[in-house]
Design a protein around this ligand. Structure first.
Ligand SMILES: [Zn+2]
Length: 128
């Protein structure tokens, strides 16, 4: 199959970030917000191999916590605003930084899992 180098969707990392199939870069990876489709609608790749577990949440917690806690500390140190300002600022920011990256990061981890053929460890005598 010929690949067009300018077609960014065929790169596993890009296709993962935009929620496309890691093999063909065309079919949708997600059925719901975070629920995976059973298989690729374009190339038929079975997505049952994909198990990112709580990996995406861990990355999102670290990123979101760094941004929100850092911003809250900086604003408090610089302006010492009343508490309702903090509540007004950080509530929405927690939602944005928490929910926003979940899907791209889950797609990215699944694309990387597919690309590197990562799976649970098996003994060499096991059936493939
Ligand atoms: Zn596909």
């Amino acid at each position: 199959m010929a690949t067009n180098p300018s077609d960014l969707s065929h790169r596993p990392i890009v296709s993962g970030l935009i929620g496309r199939c890691p093999r063909c870069g065309k079919g949708r990876l997600f059925q719901g917000f975070l629920k995976l489709a059973p298989r690729c609608e374009s190339c038929g790749l079975d997505f049952s191999f994909a198990d990112s577990a709580d990996g995406p949440a861990v990355f999102v917690i670290f990123i979101s916590g760094f941004i929100v806690a850092g911003s809250a500390l900086a604003v408090e140190m610089l302006y010492a605003p009343p508490y309702w300002v903090h509540a007004l600022l950080w509530g929405p920011l927690i939602l944005i930084t928490g929910l926003g990256p979940l899907r791209p990061i889950k797609g990215l981890l699944i694309a990387l899992q597919y690309h590197h053929q990562a799976a649970e460890g098996r003994l060499s005598g096991d059936a493939p």
